[in-house]
Design a protein around this ligand. Sequence first.
Ligand SMILES: Cc1cc2nc3c(=O)[nH]c(=O)nc-3n(C[C@H](O)[C@H](O)[C@H](O)COP(=O)(O)O)c2cc1C
Length: 176
Amino acid sequence: MDILLINGSPRRGGNTEIMADAFIDGARQSGNTVTKINLSETKVKPCVGCDYCQAHDGVCVQKDGMSDVFAAMDKADMVVLASPIYSYGLTAQIAAVLNRLYARDSIGYHPSGCALLLDSYSPDVFSAAVEQYRELAAYLKWKDRGFVAISGMVEKGAMKTSPELPRVVDFARSFR
Ligand SMILES: Cc1cc2nc3c(=O)[nH]c(=O)nc-3n(C[C@H](O)[C@H](O)[C@H](O)COP(=O)(O)O)c2cc1C
């Protein structure tokens, strides 16, 4: 299966990317092909709500990194969203990508699955992000393949030594 992983952390090499890379390792062990997009580098502006896309076959008026995201999505069977928790929710970077999917409303896009990776400082802060992800997946008709959430991340790189990291690898190995 072709998997697209979108890392919504603005911090390159941070806890979310370490988690994302663990997922990629596990998914590749099961024979999947994985493409990673770091939104720290691939810049996606927020949707401006102009509705140009609704009258132009899903083409967005904004020309930025979202073109790369759409191109990668078109080749992918499955999309994995990775985000640190910011203010009890997803980051602005990943929210921008989700908002910009609006352009595809008129033409549709149905990968065989989607999954979510989350990390945070505090425990029990994942519910809003998980709820948004689940509602959106249902709306888009993306089959929800589950999520992994790991808390206790204070310093950059703390994820490397988290005893929970192997859970991400195991989760990823289940995709084929
Ligand atoms: C702007 C900002 C907001 C954050 N908000 C929360 C929060 O609401 N709850 C929480 O538990 N952690 C919060 N955190 C901590 C991050 O989720 C956590 O440190 C995460 O591992 C950072 O991922 P990264 O290394 O990929 O940047 C916040 C961090 C930042 C920078």
